[in-house]
Design a protein around this ligand. Structure first.
Ligand SMILES: *Cc1c(COP(=O)(O)O)cnc(C)c1O
Length: 452
């Protein structure tokens, strides 16, 4: 018999409360409760993994952001970006706070209407508004933000066919100093396309130009591009006022303000490098004071912030399935939530913290999800304490774009709950089961029998 190969034992540096170069201990504090409710209790009741949203945090975020803008410019209206998180309960909290609905497809439009939002309180954005949804939006007096000339021409045709008038705005893209430029949505400012679209709208007796819109990108890491963008929309609004004596109802500056989730490849934590919300509010509101119309007719400032209002109000609780040593000695932890629930983990190093008090020794580890796929890695490297099977971890900043972009892949999607302000927990989306998934499938008759 061959002698077994000798494998070198590994010696790994253990960190315990040492100062790192930022002066603080690398030991992450465990998170054992959310808004006072023990996470273990939530998992016992609703299963693992489990998405949790905090009603309190959503309302706090909204009110804080609203105050920042409202104290800088007198007329402000927020609009909730459905694609960021269109869970009905989440949208309802935003609507209770006073946000309109901002949708980017016929499906999202439908969701808003079914939730009870009237057409006139829906902002209809996006490059793909099909004929049926445009017709409906015109009939229901939604705020249609036109993306391109083909859409403008279709709206003109539809209003003739329907013998209807319609209020419209256009989406404008511009050079804001961010490259590559986001010029695929809307009409360009610099080359005169936006003004061209504006003229065509103004010349048409059925179309009424009521607003200008831009959304310069997402997770914008500097406030300056907003200042540039707001100045350019203000210039357009002033031109429209001077040339046609039209006072716009609103200027919509879109969303894109970052949350504190940290991008992959970003050396420092997001909190340490991002401008403050005050900086963003200053950049957006300052140019508004160059508007030349009379003060009592100033357009309302619309904002469509998504991720900055919801990301830190969402948590994903997950259980440890196993511990492993990789062949090079590195520790790996397998948890029961994978990239199928966290599409955002392709771009972000989500913060992951222990869900219970754990030992004080920490070690650089990989965190893998449960999928039998190499891509299912939540963190390549994270310094965390050791876990036992069944221990809980909490993944942070999962409120934005997770429960809209998640996939039903290999496993079924889990329960989603909301911790209410009164301390109760409510199920807001039930976990999927095989009956639900299979109910959409059909097997051709000829394939129904097999014998193995
Ligand atoms: C996605 C989107 C938003 C929200 O963007 P965030 O980066 O989540 O703030 C707002 N407006 C439009 C038009 C969008 O497409």
């Amino acid at each position: 018999m061959d002698k077994k190969r000798y494998e070198r034992p590994v010696i790994i540096k253990q960190y315990s409360g040492l100062m790192n170069k930022f002066g603080s201990s690398p030991v992450t504090k465990p998170m054992t409760e959310i808004d006072g409710i023990p996470i273990r209790r939530m998992v016992d009741e609703y299963g693992s993994p489990l998405f949790v949203f905090s009603e309190k945090k959503i309302r706090e975020n909204y009110r804080k952001m609203y105050r920042l803008f409202k104290t800088r410019y007198p007329k402000v209206q927020f609009s909730w970006s459905y694609k960021t998180n269109y869970m009905n309960a989440v949208c309802s909290v935003f609507h209770q706070e006073g946000a309109l609905a901002e949708v980017v497809s016929g499906y999202e439009y439908d969701r808003a209407r079914r939730l009870g939002v009237e057409g006139r309180n829906i902002i209809f954005n996006g490059p793909d508004k099909n004929t049926a949804s445009l017709e409906r939006a015109i009939k229901e007096s939604a705020k249609i933000h036109i993306d391109h000339f083909d859409e403008l021409f279709e709206i003109i045709e539809l209003t003739e066919k329907m013998n209807a008038d319609v209020d419209v705005a256009i989406r404008v893209n511009m050079d804001t100093g961010i490259y590559p430029k986001w010029d695929r949505f809307g009409f360009n400012y610099e080359n005169g396309e936006a003004m061209d679209a504006i003229k065509r709208i103004i010349k048409n007796p059925r179309l009424h130009l009521t607003g200008l819109h831009t959304h310069i990108g997402t997770y914008i890491m500097s406030a300056d591009p907003y200042r540039v963008a707001a100045s350019k929309l203000v210039n357009l609004a002033n031109e429209i006022y001077k040339q046609y004596n039209i006072v716009l109802d609103y200027i919509d500056m879109g969303g894109g303000i970052p949350s504190n989730n940290t991008l992959k490849g970003q050396y420092l934590q997001a909190e340490q490098i991002l401008p403050s919300l005050e900086d963003f509010a200053d950049a957006i509101t300052s140019p508004m004071f160059d508007l030349e119309m009379p003060h009592d007719e100033l357009p309302t400032l619309y904002l469509e912030n998504g991720r900055s209002l919801i990301d830190d109000a969402g948590y994903l609780i997950s259980s440890v399935i196993a511990n492993k040593r990789l062949s090079d000695g590195k520790r790996a932890v397998i948890i029961d939530a994978g990239v199928n629930y966290l599409f955002t983990s392709h771009w972000f190093n989500h913060k992951i913290v222990p869900g219970q008090q754990s030992g004080e020794f920490t070690e650089n580890s990989a965190v893998y999800g449960p999928l039998c796929m190499n891509i299912d890695c939540l963190r390549e490297n994270i310094v965390i304490p050791s876990f036992k099977k069944g221990d809980l971890v909490v993944i942070l900043y999962v409120g934005a774009y997770s429960v809209t972009q998640w996939m039903q892949f290999i496993t079924l999607r889990p329960n989603v709950i909301m911790v209410m302000e009164d301390g109760e927990t409510e199920l807001i989306r039930e976990n999927e089961n095989i009956e639900y998934i299979n109910s959409l499938e059909k097997v051709p008759e000829i394939l129904k029998n097999f014998s193995l």
